[in-house]
Design a protein around this ligand. Structure first.
Ligand code: CAA
Length: 383
């Protein structure tokens, strides 16, 4: 593939400027408060919806903006550079909810469910992981049983971003455990359905303004038209959806790293020790140089994976590489950013403390770093 460079593209440059301006004005000033209170950023999400950012890649006929994946990654980086919690709420609704609905949904599901989700009038979550099945979703236990007119669902789901606030849930359950992963189905569930329970909200290290819920499904009835795709297609729907989700989380990690990097440059130029700004010290210059290089390497991997998606090429491996690199860069950069800030960086007064806590989860959710390595190795070596 020839070298692709979104900065040559005027419309992407404009989107980046708009997203950056919006994030600076409307999101960043509230981010520390969201982090401290754990308050869901309702008003920010409403404004993001007005910008068209809650269903960015969805076709206009289904309430979206028809942006490509590169544009989506650019907008997410800007959002995450202001507030990582807001970015993951946006990422889950876009990549893990709107995309599978548009890809696998019926016309009726797209008209009734996708349109309000893409417009940001409703919010979605993606319920795959379970207490005993995080990295290994093929063995999930949540049980779907065929009943007259639909299915009854029973089971527990863990680590569900947006689980508390969601109006719709993309749920994965097995219809026949003896068929292994070929028994798994995907469903779209209205969270107001009797038996859908938010059992627990996790108390987390970072991304505190985004809810992470444990959900109970107690005889939840899903009508036949709530099946997403075909019976038995569920794991493939989940894993192909996660390929796109990983580009989103990589962009979130990149935004967190960039925020810490920008703060470090500012601090290094202002903070004086030994009679001069610490930016004059080679030790600090080396950190800044390494941070800049790592961030740019991650960004190029993200744009490359997104561009392959936009071109209709396979991108499973590239999305895994982008997420692996960007999340590890986020952890490394935020660690060094605290080092540049010294004692100040260890306090809540400086944004790098929040960046450090927010970065960690990007190495865990939507597939741990170790899972990304398995995906990359399987593509390189064959399974
Ligand atoms: N796209 C489409 N289909 C795929 C696929 C992909 N990327 N990868 C595999 N498949 C298909 C395979 O073709 C196979 O189907 P057939 O048998 O019909 O050919 C089926 O899926 C099973 O494939 P594997 O045998 O390769 O799968 P596996 O069980 O060995 O698992 C894995 C591979 C890489 C470990 C995978 O399970 C994985 O990615 N695990 C991590 C899951 C994960 O990311 N969880 C996070 C959940 S979301 C979240 O974090 C919560 C949130 O709210 C943010």
């Amino acid at each position: 593939m020839i070298l692709y460079w979104p900065e040559q593209d005027e419309s992407k440059k404009l989107l980046q400027e708009q997203a950056r301006e919006f994030a600076k004005k409307e999101i960043a000033p509230h981010a520390a408060k969201f982090d401290q209170t754990g308050e869901f950023p309702v008003e920010v999400i409403r404004k993001l919806s007005d910008m068209g950012f809650m269903g960015m890649m969805v076709n206009e006929q289904y309430g979206g903006c028809g942006f490509d994946a590169v544009s989506y990654a650019i907008a997410l980086e800007e959002t995450a550079a202001a507030c990582a919690s807001t970015a993951v709420i946006m990422s889950v609704n876009n990549s893990l909810v709107c995309v599978p609905l548009e890809t696998f949904g019926t016309e009726e599901q797209k008209r009734e469910i996708l349109i309000p989700l893409a417009q940001g009038k409703k919010l979605g979550c993606f319920a795959l992981s379970e207490p005993g099945h995080g990295s290994d979703p093929a063995g999930l236990k949540c049980q779907a049983t065929k009943v007259s007119g639909g299915y009854k669902i029973n089971g527990t789901k863990n680590w569900i971003t947006n689980g508390k606030e969601a109006d719709y849930c993309i749920l994965f359950a097995t219809l026949d455990k003896t068929k292994g992963h070929k028994g798994i189905c995907a469903f779209v569930v209205d969270t107001k359905t009797k038996g859908y329970q938010v059992a627990k909200i996790e108390d987390k290290l970072g991304i505190t303004a985004s809810s992470t819920a444990q959900l109970f499904f107690d005889d939840v009835f899903v009508p036949d038209n709530g099946l997403l795709g075909k019976e038995g297609q569920g794991l493939r729907i989940a894993l192909s959806t996660l390929d796109g989700g990983r580009i989103g989380i990589a962009a979130q990690a990149l935004g967190i790293a960039r925020c810490a990097f920008d703060a470090s440059k500012k601090f290094a130029l202002e903070r004086e020790q030994f009679g001069a700004p610490i930016a004059k010290l080679q030790a600090i210059q080396f950190y800044i140089a390494e941070m800049a290089t790592e961030i740019q390497a991650a960004r190029l991997l993200i744009w490359y994976a997104a561009k392959r998606k936009d071109m209709g090429l396979s991108y499973t491996k590239e999305a895994a590489m982008a997420k692996l690199k960007a999340s590890e860069v986020a952890m490394w950069v935020t660690t060094k950013a605290i080092q540049v800030h010294g004692g100040y960086g260890y306090t809540k007064e400086y944004v790098v403390e929040r960046n450090f806590r927010d970065a960690k989860v990007t190495e865990i959710y939507e597939g741990t770093s170790e899972i990304q390595k398995l995906v990359i190795a399987a593509q390189e070596l064959g399974k």
